[in-house]
Ligand binder design. Structure first.
Ligand code: SAH
Ligand code: SF4
Ligand code: F3S
Length: 440
């Protein structure tokens, strides 16, 4: 009997990559491979990489380097690298030179070719490096192996046209391409039928969905509307929203549909209009705060989260304090804070007044501590409130754990059904978990 071959995929970066790893897994499964949980057992190891910050890239270099020994003891092991990092030519050169044991390299634009590359490699045993410079038409013919039973990710668009001055994504992901609306709706229908409870629409800027399609009915608002009218007990999420393109119509659709999540991730990046301008974000502090006011008025139970970059070139203490004051004013449910990281080829790379690391560290710590204390205060206010909870699993001790629309973990000490939505009243907060009782 032929031995069953195993694969291990290591994913770095955003939800987009997590979902693309499901496509890689789909291709591997279709070739007869099965997943394994330890890279030591694998016959194929794939690194799906991210280059958003230097730290992400260093992690990849470290982890790929660490495979050298394994590969020596297991010469038939196939090592593949793909993702955003390999869209940069100089990074591919580093992989080729420093990590000669890597067998297959491909990029984001030819991800769907992985299956062919693997078949070819298995035939020839010759290293295969192929990265396409430009995006191609969207390929709807993808096999997927979804890794979560309750959450399903659905791409609605690829690429980004925004060129925020700090960001590498437009260079490694190409221009915006929207999927056909009917293809998306059909995919979501199938997922609901299969029992998925949370559907998350993915794009670098979902609000510009349809801008590249010559049909004025293909808009993000209409897509949300259509999906939210489908039958089934599911909730619809999306990420990420660019504040400059979030329309009143989208806000209204969210406000009026019980199936659309009220958790909105709305990255602000900075609270200083001066910095926003040099980031090329195309909105001001005032515009953003107005937008938040509008959202809160129409969606009173909204749960807003954000991304912030500290230490962008030219950021003074005053600029940073404006960020802190904006965070307090919006009262975010969560803040993802990042230290600015210089990316090759971006506009900000050559900007003057780059900020020293110690100041970046100090600022990011202040920001994250503020966020932590805000979350603590907000959690206190949840005691006594009734929230919708999706039960995810039963623990060994018999208790159930679930998750709220806003992503907070909930412990339920009663008999409930997994993969089901309940209303539950919060009794207490322990650490960052909510202890709740089902409301009958
Ligand atoms: N498309 C999404 C974000 C994708 S990247 C959006 O526009 O909101 C995720 C986050 O990484 C960004 O929101 C930003 O806060 C951060 N980021 C991007 N480039 C960065 C850089 N060069 N240094 C530090 N953080 C960065
Ligand atoms: Fe990067 Fe800006 Fe595009 Fe987001 S919108 S991916 S931050 S360039
Ligand atoms: Fe995502 Fe990182 Fe690429 S954040 S789009 S995997 S650079």
């Amino acid at each position: 009997m032929e031995e069953i071959k195993k694969y291990f995929i290591k994913t770095y970066g955003c939800q987009m990559n997590v979902h693309e790893s499901e496509k890689l897994a789909g291709m591997l499964v279709s070739l007869g491979y099965t997943e394994c949980s330890n890279e030591k057992d694998a016959d194929v190891i794939v690194f799906n990489t991210c280059c958003i910050r230097d730290g992400a890239e260093q992690k990849v270099f470290g982890n790929v380097g660490a495979l050298k020994k394994l590969k020596k003891s297991k010469p038939n092991l196939i090592v593949a690298i793909c993702g955003c990092m390999t869209q940069q030519k100089d990074r591919v050169e580093i992989f080729k030179e420093k990590f000669k044991f890597v067998n297959i390299i491909f990029g984001t634009h030819n991800l769907n070719q992985f299956k062919n590359y693997l078949i070819e490699y298995n035939k020839t045993h010759k290293n295969l490096y192929e990265v396409w410079d430009n995006e191609k038409e969207i390929d709807e013919n993808v096999e997927m192996y979804r890794t979560s039973k309750l959450n399903a990710w659905v791409n609605i668009m690829y690429g980004c046209n925004n060129f925020c001055s700090y960001c590498i994504v437009p260079y490694v992901r190409g221009r915006e391409r929207s999927r056909n609306m009917q293809d998306i709706v059909e995919e979501v229908k199938g997922l609901i039928k299969e029992g998925y409870k949370v559907i998350t629409l993915l794009g670098q800027n979902v609000n510009s969905y349809g801008n590249d399609i010559n049909d004025k009915n293909v808009t993000f608002a209409n897509l949300l509307k259509e999906i939210s009218m489908l039958d089934g007990d599911f909730r619809l999420k999306f990420m990420t929203s660019h504040p400059k393109d979030l329309t009143d119509e989208v806000i209204d659709v969210i406000a009026n549909s019980p199936k659309i999540s009220k958790a909105i991730h709305l990255p602000v990046q900075s609270g200083s209009s001066k910095i926003l301008k040099s980031m090329n974000r195309k909105y001001t502090r005032e515009h953003y705060l107005e937008l938040v006011k509008k959202i809160k008025a129409k969606i009173p139970d909204v749960f807003l989260t954000t991304d912030i970059i500290v230490g962008f070139p030219g950021e003074t203490d005053e600029d940073f304090n404006e960020t802190i004051s904006l965070v307090k004013e919006v009262n975010y449910g969560g803040v993802f804070g990042f230290m600015y990281s210089k990316r090759t080829g971006t506009v900000a790379e050559t900007m003057p007044d780059q900020i020293p690391d110690d100041i970046k560290h100090k600022r990011v710590n202040e920001l994250l501590n503020l966020s932590k204390s805000m979350i603590k205060e907000q959690n206190k206010l949840l005691v006594g409130k009734t929230l919708e909870v999706l039960i995810e699993e039963q623990k060994d001790d018999g208790t159930f754990v679930g998750v709220t629309d806003s992503g907070k973990n909930v412990v339920i000490n009663e008999n409930v059904n997994v993969a089901t939505y309940y209303n539950a009243k919060v009794d207490a907060i322990v650490g960052n978990k909510l202890i709740a009782k089902i409301v009958k």
